[in-house]
Design a protein around this ligand. Structure first.
Ligand code: GTP
Ligand code: MG
Length: 264
């Protein structure tokens, strides 16, 4: 029996088969963190349906915790219960996949769990999963547009689902009705009940962007550049000219610090 569990010649560290798995050097990559069973989490803490600004603030606090925990994402894009972190110029843990996904998921989970009780009466243990998406300079805007498109579809479905629930349909009826509904019918249904899907708050439709912006500061007898964390809750479409320019600008700001430039 003992021999099965304790073999002196057995090198356990050689069996850490994934520990050296790395993202290739120099390629930009995204880490997408998604809240585990956040439908249940949102109910436990009493978040408003379908969207709650306080809930979004907890997600934003979790995204900001990445910048504040010594990681340097070029940007973070938050929508619903997901946080997309882009790494371009600096990547943590020598790009080791296990380290990156486990620690970043851990930071997001603890930051959300600590933020929720500040804004809601009830607490819940939150957990995020993490996946890595290897990207390229050309694909960054495309990836963000894809996530934003997903946020828009989820936004429409969530508004329609909760309208059907409020008008007396049970969960399975509401889900079934939604499945068979054309996008135009969905818009019309909500419009008849006073919800214009094109005029809900922008953060619900388009998500929230978090990034570092440079600013000038006088230090003793010279002017230095510092960077501070900013939140944009009124995003344009990432496919629009304005959206592409915003991404370009944020990527420019994320370039490695020149002398005298410091993150705050
Ligand atoms: N009430 C409320 N719920 C929200 C809000 N934002 C996100 N959610 C919930 O988060 C869920 C996110 O979708 P999913 O990630 O597919 O669902 P999940 O329950 O987290 O399931 P898994 O990710 O598969 O574990 C939504 O379905 C909502 O239930 C919000 O502002 N208010
Ligand atoms: Mg989820």
């Amino acid at each position: 029996m003992r021999g099965l569990y304790w073999n002196k010649g057995f090198n356990h560290s050689k069996h850490e088969v994934f520990s050296q798995l790395c993202i290739p050097p120099d390629v930009p990559f995204f880490v997408r963190l998604d809240g585990r069973r956040f439908q249940a989490v949102s109910e436990t803490i009493g978040a408003e349906k379908p969207f709650d600004e306080k809930f979004a603030k907890c997600l934003v606090a979790s995204a900001k915790a990445m910048f504040q925990s010594g990681f340097s994402p070029a940007l973070a894009y938050v929508a619903s219960d997901e946080i997309n972190l882009l790494f371009v110029y600096a990547a943590p843990f020598r790009r080791r996949v296990e380290k990156i996904s486990s620690i970043l998921a851990g930071v997001a989970s603890s930051a959300f769990s600590l933020s929720a009780p500040k804004l809601f009466e009830k607490t819940s243990i939150a957990a995020f999963d993490a996946r890595i998406i290897v990207s390229s300079f050309e694909k960054i805007a495309e990836y963000l547009a894809w996530r934003q498109g997903d946020a828009w579809r989820n936004h429409n479905n969530a508004h329609a689902y909760w309208l059907l629930r409020k008008t007396g349909h049970n969960p399975s009826e509401a889900a079934k009705m939604l499945k068979g509904m054309k996008i135009k019918d969905l818009h019309d249904l909500l419009f008849r009940h006073g919800v214009n899907l094109a005029q809900t708050p922008a953060w619900q439709r388009r998500g929230i962007l978090i990034f570092r912006e440079p600013y000038k500061k006088r230090a003793q007898n010279r002017v230095v550049t510092r960077r501070r964390i900013r939140e944009n809750w009124s995003l344009p479409l990432f496919t629009s000219k304005e959206g592409k320019a915003l991404i370009q600008q944020v990527l420019e700001w994320a370039k490695p610090f020149a002398e005298g430039v410091k993150a705050v």
